[in-house]
Write a protein that binds this ligand. Structure first.
Ligand code: SF4
Length: 461
């Protein structure tokens, strides 16, 4: 994702400023929704200091890359991008290059030492300090701020919304995570859990509704442990639903050990709370779940799924699955496949275990499942997941769905892409002729693949 901006301050800038010249920044983001929300926050902070934005790094005076550290592969991409930014810097010597996010927090000053193109490092809790860090680089020294905070929620800072269409927006309701899943780097890169004051969340929701946004996604590593002065997630959902009754409300990510029935009941009571639940299971074997330190059993997980379907029969349920975790036997893996056959997820995000330095798993267990076995298991999960997703989507044939149009279809410019109220991806044939992003259409479902539904608009309302 790329942005554009400009600013004027500091010694070096004045030396090269022309009267109407402006400095531009470019932000590139990798990883999870939380990182995209953080990039909007960073853009908002830069804008308050006079920046504007450019969609191309070649034009930028400031490049910020917001990184992910969840898997080895995610970091490899960043090293490549930094090499490219170095080539730009050879043409634009005043260019400032900064690394933000989880990789910045994980590697800290090692990034400055290993990659000379990098001038600035800021971790996920350090964005408030960005203007001062940039001034420090302006005055000729490298800058780094990677202190994790127990308080920081950026509640008083307004993100700059970046999506071209005022349709969907993210709101971070909390930061950090207190769980210590043994494979996960997040507690080390995003710190301890802290919930944002509900008043500031509701205020932001009201602002987005007034600005015409149609969908808001509340974000947290584990939304079920939201706790603001005793106000829990179900109560927050009620307040948000009441604050913007015409806006579709989604949230991610839930945790099986903490997701209580009151959240499900609350969703069933409000017509604008969407029945979409992302509930990562990670594995189907209790032995593996134990080593992952997930805090629940496969049986408990299935009971949570049954509770979801009891309160929300139309619910769309997605999950995360890791294959090839330390010590995973073929029998353990079969239990993952068996759980998938029992639950029948609408969609699955599947990953091969990638050892992350510093995590509990890296300290306790050998990464002993051979890469080719991980690959083979990944392919078996993908094949089963797709077969079940197709079955789940085909069950929607001949149904009528409320669809929020998000963007033009990638495949056919006559079509528009969007999501049903319950969160299924859908393409509306020929809708570009009479509808646009932000419209809510009533659509007859006429086709289905494992990834998306196909339909025709019955009417636009
Ligand atoms: S719940 Fe577990 S997997 Fe998710 S962010 Fe927290 S530690 Fe990582």
């Amino acid at each position: 994702m790329a942005l554009a901006h400009e600013r004027v301050f500091g010694q070096r800038a004045e030396a090269i400023i022309y009267p109407e010249a402006s400095y531009k920044a470019y932000i590139e983001t990798y990883g999870c929704q939380m990182n995209f929300a953080d990039s909007e926050l960073v853009a908002g902070i830069l804008q308050t200091t006079g920046y504007t934005f450019t969609p191309s790094p070649e034009e930028a005076d400031l490049i910020l890359i917001n990184t992910c550290a969840i898997r080895e592969h995610a970091e490899e991409k960043i090293w490549q991008r930094l090499k490219y930014f170095a080539s730009i810097k050879r043409q634009r010597s005043h260019l400032i290059v900064g690394v933000l996010g989880c990789m910045a927090e994980r590697l800290k000053k090692k990034l400055l030492e290993e990659e000379p193109v990098v001038d600035l490092i800021a971790g996920p809790d350090s964005y408030r300090h960005l203007p001062q860090l940039i001034r420090q680089v302006e005055s000729g020294t490298k800058a780094i701020h990677v202190l994790l905070s127990r308080e920081e929620t950026y509640a008083d800072m307004a993100p700059l919304r970046l999506s071209p269409h005022r349709v969907s927006a993210y709101i971070s309701i909390m930061r950090g995570c207190n769980n210590m899943c043994s494979f996960c780097i997040v507690p080390f890169t995003r710190g301890r859990e802290r919930s944002r004051p509900w008043e500031s969340i509701v205020q932001e929701v009201e602002g987005l509704a007034k600005a015409g946004y149609k969908e808001i996604t509340l974000l947290g590593q584990n939304v079920d442990s939201y706790n603001d002065r005793g106000l829990r997630f179900a109560q927050l959902l009620s307040k948000v639903a009441e604050a913007a009754p015409n806006v579709w409300i989604r949230f991610a990510t839930s945790h099986p050990k903490d997701m209580l029935d009151d959240v499900l009941e609350t969703i069933s009571l409000y017509p604008n709370l969407t029945p979409y639940i992302h509930l990562p299971v990670q594995a189907g074997s209790d032995a593996v779940l134990e080593r992952m330190n997930r805090g629940y059993s496969a049986e408990w997980y299935i009971q949570r799924i049954e509770a979801i379907r009891r309160y929300l029969p139309e619910a769309v349920i997605s999950t995360d699955i890791i294959v090839g975790f330390c010590g995973e036997t073929e029998a353990d893996f079969e239990e993952t496949l068996s759980l998938m056959r029992t639950v029948r997820f609408d969609s699955v995000y599947q990953f091969m275990y990638s050892e992350r330095p510093g995590t509990l798993a890296a300290r306790r267990y050998a990464d002993d499942v051979p890469p080719q076995v991980k690959q083979e298991r990944l392919e078996r999960v993908i094949a089963l997941a797709q077969a079940i997703s197709l079955e789940r989507n085909q069950a929607q044939l001949n149904s009528q769905q409320r669809v929020l149009v998000e963007k033009p279809s990638r495949r056919d410019p006559n079509d528009l892409a969007g999501r049903t109220f319950s969160g299924r991806a859908i393409v509306v044939r020929g809708a570009a002729a009479f509808a646009q992003p932000g419209d809510i259409l009533s659509v007859n479902v006429t086709g289905a693949s494992s990834a998306t539904l196909i339909g025709y608009a019955a009417s636009s309302n």
